[in-house]
Design a protein around this ligand. Structure first.
Ligand SMILES: [Cu+2]
Length: 123
């Protein structure tokens, strides 16, 4: 019986992974607005992150302005591990997270439970 539960559990995880990587609609990359030596981008947090992928210019300090519309506790925290950021997001308020994109690459960020993901692309 336990084996059956474990098997069903693994099958549903596999199904979730397949859905996540191959079937989830991919949103477009949104570039931050550069203004002098600063770039900003607004991210709406509601059932995930919109835009889902953010493009930042390398070596320009960036302000990621998160506005959480979703009161579910799942999205109350955002983690950007590559930038050493872990912050609580207030509901219906802008919260600015400042990062220094000094390395080119693709960096994943997520909610505190690693359920919703977004991506910061630095070029
Ligand atoms: Cu979550």
């Amino acid at each position: 019986m336990t084996e059956l539960i474990v098997l069903l559990g693994s099958l549903s995880s596999i199904a979730l992974i397949i859905w996540w990587f191959f079937m989830k609609p991919d949103t477009e990359v949104v570039a931050a607005t550069v203004n002098g030596n600063e770039q900003t981008v607004n991210i709406i947090v509601s059932g995930g992150y919109t835009p889902h992928k953010i493009l930042l210019q390398k070596d320009i300090p960036a302000k990621l302005i998160f506005n959480r519309k979703d009161a579910s506790s799942c999205l109350e925290e955002v983690i950007l591990p590559d930038f050493g950021v872990q912050r609580k997001l207030p509901v219906n308020q802008d919260l600015t997270i400042e990062v220094k994109p000094d390395k080119a690459g693709r960096f994943t960020y997520s909610c505190g439970m690693h359920m919703f993901f977004g991506e910061v692309i630095v070029k």
